[in-house]
Design a protein around this ligand. Sequence first.
Ligand code: S3P
Length: 171
Amino acid sequence: MHKQKNIFLIGLMGTGKTTVGRQLSRQLKMDFYDSDRVIEERTGVDIPLIFEKEGETGFRTREIAIIDELTQKKNIILATGGGAVLSGDNRNHLINRGTVFYLKSNLKTLIQRTSKSKNRPLLHADESVEVILQRLLDQRGPLYEEAADYTIETANNSIHNVIQAIIKHLQ
Ligand code: S3P
């Protein structure tokens, strides 16, 4: 079976999935979805409140359902939440239903881009953002690599260059 012409963006928080996805959608004239935003629209509350009320487990259950639904669409660009790859079902849907781009960044850049974020409950713990992000990178790095068709460095790369790199791979 041919893969649908979907573009799926994976990677840690702060790698630029949403910014890149939105701009890419304008350029390629494809619909853009951000799985976190869809979850927020459906529930009517923001991600931190979902984590507060239902825990990470509740959030992941919602995320699995939304990713299954969104990856069945055609000709879309989807920015996934950083933890989407933790689920084997999500990884399979992403791999089988589109072309997967891993947006990869170094730790220093991720810290800079996420340190002021109020919308990312996993970063608000007793540990420093640096320790948390390093752990997530260690845990998830192999999963991102496993799911990805292509890996694109976003740390020392302009959004324009990242988008050009994605388009080049699609040709
Ligand atoms: C998460 C990343 C967030 C969001 C949630 C959990 C994670 O998405 O899904 O806070 O587990 O890394 P972004 O990667 O878009 O920030």
